[in-house]
Design a protein around this ligand. Sequence first.
Ligand code: PEP
Ligand code: MG
Length: 746
Amino acid sequence: MAHRSESDSRSLLRRLRDTLATSGGGQDRLDRITHLIADSMRTEVCSIYLFRDPETLELCATEGLKPEAVHQTRMRLGEGLVGRVARTGAPVNTGDAPAAPGFRYMPETGEEIYSSFLGVPIQRVGEKLGVLVVQSKQAREYSEDEVYGLEVVAMVLAEMTELGAFTAEGNGIGSTHRFPVMFRGATGQEGAAEGRVWLHEPRVVVTNPVADDPEVEAERLRVAVEGLQAEIDSMLAGAAAMDKEHRQVLETYKMLAHSRGWLRRMTEDVGLGLSAEAAVEKEQSTARARLEQSPDPYLRERLNDLDDLSNRLLRQLTGQGRDTGAALPENPVLVARNIGPGELLEYGRALKGVVLEEGSVGSHAAIVARALSIPLVIHAGRIVTEALNGDPILVDGDQGVVHLRPEETVAAAFRDKIAMQAEAQKRYADLRGLPATDRAGATVSLMMNAGLMADLPSLVNSGADGVGLFRTELQFLTRTRVPRRDELAALYKRVLTAAQGKRVQFRTLDIGSDKVLPYMKPQDEPNPAMGWRAIRVGLDKPGVLRMQLQALIRAAEGGPLSVMFPFIAAPDEFHAAHAALLHERDREASLGRPVPSELRVGAMLETPSLAFAPESFFRACDFISIGGNDLKQFFFAADRENERVRRRYDTLDTAFLSFLEGIILRCRASNTQLSFCGEDAGRPVEALTFAALGIRTLSMRPASIGPVKHLIRRADLGELRTVIERARADGAQSLRPAVTGYLASL
Ligand code: PEP
Ligand code: MG
């Protein structure tokens, strides 16, 4: 291969682009392209290998190797030099191929006479498409310029592949990104859904990988980078009120956006004939391939920053916003890195499922997804890079698994599962009017958790006895300012009207920890879950709490009202909040307004300390509701949002259940009503166990009411209690085997 000039490179890229405009099938184009590249680079061999399936590469076109090897020669990912290029995403350059580590002899190709080998990956933003190879007889390593030139050519091939240039009926070529991929994440909300991908932030579509005028492209690039820098500066300027982590991400962006090396490499790409957009993608792909190989998890995490920044730069270049003009597909499944609760609410029930790369079970988005009963999988690897708008997708919220572009057999099995669930739901619907009474006649009251107006039809559909937990913070989280008192009063009144006399237990604002209001100054706390949150905020800054209590009293319009205070850790907090409520009630009365005919005031037991509070506290509460999500995290000292530790401790652990039993006994002794409203109340096995221990009111997401009721009606709570006691006496650490064993015997 002789020295090649920039103008050689540009003329090759233009000739490659022209093949796009020619008629003829994908194979025809590939053949012409290998010929063009070999000719322009003055090498004897040029071959294109593309993926057949995620593990197999196939020789799809060649100039110089034996033509009969085309579509015959295949290698596995990592096998031979070609397989090595594909696996590492990095070039292999050698003057003595047979002596290179990993070389594999392919007799059918006739390649043994070629000594030097240069292979570069054909990849696009982390998506591996194939390998481009040149070979010559002369034994020499290729120069850096030559390697670089071939990478630029490979980038154009990647864009052409993406545009479908090589796809021909039945050959599977160029449709590599159509492979099925499975993601193992975590459950955010149970349920199963089948639909089509809808990317929250779709990738920018690059339609022209080759530039006509490099100077114009270089100028476009320069202007776009300046625009990007300004965009980040203004984000940083508005970041004063942001949390530390967010600021740090922006600082990293700023550093990357000002990186001279980045701009220089892209300008060089453009000099060799790439369009500015293709240059951005080329550098993104190269950096990705490098970072992915890194053993350093911090560096691997920077992949997301890099993608985000490159996308922003592409938007600067193309003017494409989030709205690409594409229409929401039927049965849309939202795929995003992360999403805020407000944005999720905007999509509302139109969505069939949600898949996030990040997120956490206790996050706002998860709470909204749960409120909307949309299956949610979080921590789904790199799905945003893999998924394309419109791809078929299956979301298994129960297992925390996602199948992107599934095989038909997987899709069929999944449909069976959905059908079975629908069948079961129908059966549960038949139970709607029946009580959750066990075989021996003991009845459990099943209530539902809610937080949105959209939840209220479920009150009728699910057969819930009322709303055991109304999370009032959702109205605060999804707005840009504190809602006004009359707005809140109107909303609470609509809730009470929809409840048609069934009890609704309103929980006052539970913010802080992960629930950060967009319009409230975030607190820089080392341990926000144990920080300034919930009732602590309410008591320290009583303005909002008072306004909310007034709104609740007004909404009751003289009828009964139930209010509970979140995260009470010591009796004085409850007494202070209780006093504030009575104060507001008396104030309303003094203004001549109606006051609730019955005022029930409760505390949420979410910290172990409260279980040991004096008797007088229990007597002062009309009811106590166990917030199991928080209680469990503090009992086991295991962050409910940390997927690594969250599942480590079982709700049916003997220690936790014995602790719950203590609370049950104390409530019984003081005649205080007790309910359980954490997520565990909606899990049939857990729910049944709580009921057997003596918790007779459970509040759960509406979709769980049917399954829980079904199980209670089949069981005998007294029998189960005996089974539990026996296992406990035997010294079991977990009571789960005993409980599931009992269920299996039913
Ligand atoms: C809980 O902690 O169990 C609870 C119901 O409250 P939240 O999940 O909103 O913190
Ligand atoms: Mg809680």
